[in-house]
Ligand binder design. Structure first.
Ligand SMILES: [Zn+2]
Ligand SMILES: [Zn+2]
Length: 144
C-alpha cells in the first residue's frame, strides 16, 4: 500500500531512503545523548525493521556514541538521521524530521522522561499518559 511507504532524505539530498510501514513505534526521546547529537531539546524517533528500509542513494555515516549505540548522519550536510542500539537488533530508529510525511508519524509516548528538560512539555496528541504508553509500546515490540 502506497500510504505505508515513507520516503526520507537528508537536507542536501545526498542520502535518500524509503521505509515501508507500519512503523514499530513512534516515540519522543528525552535522553541527553539524543539532545547532543541533534542539538534539539528532544527527538522524535520512528522505528522501522531493517528489512523494511532501503537506502536508495548515498550512505549514512555512523558514529558510535556509546557501547552498542550508533548514530547516523549525512557526512555532507550534517543532518541527524538515525540511532541504532545493539539491545534492539534488526531495527533502526529514524528522526522523523527526515521524512516527507513527518506529520503522519505521531508519537504515542516518550522514553527517558527523567532526562526531559524541565521546561519541555511534550504534546503527544490525544493519547496522553505518555510514559505508560511508551512502556506498552516497547513491551509489545519485544514480543514480536
Ligand atoms: Zn546531506
Ligand atoms: Zn535518546
Amino acid at each position: 500500500m502506497t500510504e505505508q511507504v515513507y520516503e526520507g532524505r537528508c537536507m542536501c539530498g545526498a542520502i535518500q531512503f524509503k521505509a515501508e510501514g507500519p512503523p514499530k513505534w513512534v516515540l519522543w526521546c528525552h535522553c541527553e545523548s539524543c539532545r547532543r547529537h541533534s542539538g534539539a531539546p528532544a527527538s522524535v524517533f520512528v522505528s522501522f525493521s531493517d528489512k523494511m528500509v532501503i537506502v536508495t542513494d548515498g550512505e549514512i555515516t555512523k558514529y558510535a556514541s556509546s557501547p552498542g549505540v550508533e548514530r547516523g548522519f549525512c557526512a555532507q550536510c550534517g543532518s541527524t538521521l538515525t540511532c541504532s542500539n545493539a539491545k534492539l537488533p534488526n531495527e533502526t530508529h529514524f528522526h522523523i524530521g527526515a521524512f516527507e510525511r513527518a506529520a503522519d508519524l505521531v508519537p504515542s509516548g516518550e522514553i527517558f522522561p527523567e532526562e526531559r528538560l524541565p521546561w519541555f512539555e511534550p504534546r503527544t496528541g490525544p493519547l496522553g499518559g505518555v510514559t505508560a504508553l511508551a512502556r506498552m509500546a516497547l513491551g509489545r515490540e519485544r514480543k514480536s
